[in-house]
Design a protein around this ligand. Structure first.
Ligand code: B12
Ligand code: SF4
Length: 586
């Protein structure tokens, strides 16, 4: 009889400010890290990497939507003589403390545990091999994996099967090619635990830019590595076979994926010739509209939503973060190009750059509302994430940073700011959500969508989530879901365990209260949407954000006149135009 190796893949969540694990009945977004490792592990199982007499059983658990039943998992491992491995997958810095707690329950029972993801990779790439808190893994006997698992998981599984896991597997200096490697995949029973039945894949890794707050370039490199169009077709067909046709392409910047055009062409073929009704979300930079055919092909390939790393509207801030490729003079052109295709735009906006104060942040959000044809704005606190140049600089200079990694979720102030106290910074972060998502502005967004023929129903769903999550759930919408679940036993060690008599009544009351507010919000959004959709005049709606580009923008737009950096940028463009004899406005 075959022995059965038990491979348990766990993607940990992290703790909220009250110390409870963030978990939902249905999470908002699937974990691509989990899908990537599942795909690689399934390939290992198929190739029988542990020998023809050993089968590999794979279980995938995303803690954001599934409670980890440790006793049941231990019992299962026991039935197989503890022949197996618990793999903590895609662990980010904010998830590292939670990952260690999960690991302890298995290590105490003598089960082998390995950990990988951005915390371990980022730290080993930028720091001394021990920071930040990596010795905790050494102390507990958890194997650390830095780098990417493609063609390396075989080795880890073999070592685990022989009971001789190494303390560190470091492949940071040897990043694998992606073409022909196993594609990210999760069986439908797991995907059904996220909203909207959508799968994910990374079509490429690496980004040529050098933003100082970014961890990605130090973990995945600056060279573009990519899957081939054949790989992408394979994974689309695998998912289509289980009825899934919506995808989040997780490349941080798909516009800089060298293979973008071949991939779009193949997706267009699958959509137009083979009838697969693709719906895609992609992430791009602010110069993507300058790539010939990019926006048009995105539309034909099935892109319905695009996430843009806008980050800030003050050029002084962008320069301080070495994000020089972001030209605010291009923002309107780029956003209008997506609007023209009826594609919804979501943008990341970082708060806490050196020139920011609560007043300038309020001013800048008002400028975005008035002058940029953008749908959804997402706020983040500038965070020295382990693995970034910013973190490395602060660490090497011994500058104080929050010692609790759980707070490195881009929602907390983790180091000092020159103009704001930590409290002011976090207060303006929370205020920013309510400043942008006012009833008035949400109606304007619906009007702009009606006027440009965009999908109003989809916008309502997004507005619903983004306008309520921070206020009601105190977590970022990217970490959200439907129906927050909690359990007294999942409180962070060190914090008191609450009595069930107070915990459960409060939980029920909070749930009812939140859902009453949510019902009111969805009701209001639907009333606004219906009224605007029925209004004949709505098609002719026009405002400053939707106005086609004009030559006098540099003197009429606050975006280009209110900050010193913006004025300097315009002056620079005019100077270059004068010198080169090429006229034209910014
Ligand atoms: C898609 C994405 C999301 C998605 C999905 C999450 C996911 N991880 O799939 C969503 C939108 C939900 C999300 C949310 C958040 N994210 Co995010 N996300 C990404 C992004 C862009 C791609 C992730 C991905 O698919 N990578 C490709 C996979 C294959 O790479 P990987 O996870 O590193 O896994 C490989 C290796 O690490 C290794 N490996 C991983 N685990 C293991 C385990 C073992 C045992 C082994 C052997 C190997 C191994 O093998 C894998 C395959 O090669 C990354 C940036 C990036 N380029 O990776 C940011 C990133 C991971 N996110 C980040 C952050 C901060 C967040 C949020 C906290 C933001 C917020 N405030 O909401 C939340 C956290 C929510 C959550 N529950 O995860 C940071 C983490 C930085 C850090 N040092 O911790 C990153 C790096 C971006 C950044 N700003 O720097 N995110
Ligand atoms: S553009 Fe995005 S992925 Fe590229 S370096 Fe900047 S933050 Fe990182």
């Amino acid at each position: 009889m075959k022995r059965r190796f038990q491979l348990v893949l766990i993607k940990p969540s992290h703790y909220d400010d009250d110390g409870y694990v963030i978990r939902w009945w249905r999470a908002m977004i699937p974990s691509n890290s989990l899908a990537a490792i599942y795909g690689i592990a399934a390939d290992c199982a198929e190739r029988q990497v542990l020998g023809s007499d050993v089968a590999i059983d794979i279980e995938a658990i995303d803690e954001t939507n599934t409670r980890i039943d440790v006793p049941a998992l231990l019992a299962r491992l026991r039935r197989h003589d503890d022949f197996g491995l618990v793999a903590l997958v895609g662990v980010q810095s904010n998830q590292y403390p939670r990952a260690l707690v999960i690991a302890r329950s298995f290590r105490d029972a003598g089960i082998q545990v390995a950990i990988g993801g951005f915390h371990v990779s980022g730290c080993l790439s930028m720091l001394d091999g021990r920071a930040v808190d990596l010795d905790a893994c050494r102390d507990m006997g958890i194997a650390m994996f830095a780098g990417e698992a493609e063609s390396r998981l075989d080795l880890v599984l073999r070592d685990a099967a022989e009971g001789r896991l190494a303390s560190v597997y470091d492949f940071m200096k040897d990043l694998p090619g992606m073409q022909g490697t196993p594609v990210p995949f999760l069986p439908k029973r797991y995907i059904a635990r996220t909203l909207g039945l959508s799968a994910s894949f990374d079509a490429g890794r690496g980004c040529p830019y050098q933003c100082s707050f970014c961890t990605i370039i130090n973990v995945q490199g600056r060279k573009s590595r990519f899957r081939s169009a054949d790989d992408v077709e394979r994974l689309v067909r695998l998912n289509w076979a289980q009825g899934i046709h919506k995808f989040f392409i997780t490349d941080d910047n798909f516009a800089r994926n060298r293979e973008w055009e071949a991939i779009f062409d193949r997706l267009i073929e699958l959509r137009e010739k083979h009838g697969i009704p693709l719906g895609l979300l992609i992430q791009v930079d602010t110069l993507c509209h300058k790539i010939p055919n990019f926006v048009e092909k995105a539309k034909r390939a099935g892109v319905t939503r695009v996430f843009i790393g806008l980050e800030n509207v003050n050029p002084d801030n962008l320069a301080a973060a070495k994000k020089r490729q972001n030209k605010i003079t291009e923002y309107r052109k780029m956003l209008l190009a997506w609007k023209a295709q009826g594609i919804m735009t979501l943008a990341g906006y970082i708060l806490g750059f050196p020139a920011d104060t609560p007043e300038t942040i309020r001013r800048d959000i008002a400028i975005v509302q008035k002058e940029l044809p953008l749908d959804i704005l997402e706020f983040f606190c500038l965070t020295p994430l382990p693995g970034s140049e910013d973190h490395q600089t602060l660490w090497n200079r011994g500058i104080a940073m929050d010692s609790d990694l759980n707070n490195y979720d881009t929602e907390h102030a983790c180091t000092a700011h020159i103009k704001m106290s930590g409290q002011e910074w976090e207060a303006i972060y929370h205020e920013a959500w309510s400043l942008y998502y006012t009833p008035e502005h949400m109606k304007t967004l619906l009007r702009r969508t009606a006027a440009t023929g965009g999908p109003m129903g989809s916008l309502v769903k997004l507005l619903f989530t983004f306008s309520t999550t921070d206020r009601l759930e105190k977590v970022h919408p990217l970490q959200s879901g439907i129906l927050r679940l909690k359990h007294p036993s999942e409180r962070r060690p060190g914090l008191p365990r609450e009595s069930p008599w107070s915990f459960w009544p409060r939980f029920v009351w909070e749930t009812l209260y939140k859902h009453a507010i949510l019902a009111g919000m969805i009701g209001r959004l639907l009333v606004w949407k219906t009224a605007i959709a029925r209004d004949r005049a709505a098609r002719g709606y026009m405002d400053q954000a939707l106005t086609p580009l004009r030559d006098d923008e540099d003197v009429t737009l606050d975006l280009l006149t209110k900050t010193t950096g913006a004025r300097a940028a315009i002056a620079h463009i005019k100077k270059v135009a004068e010198l080169t004899g090429l006229g034209g406005a910014a």
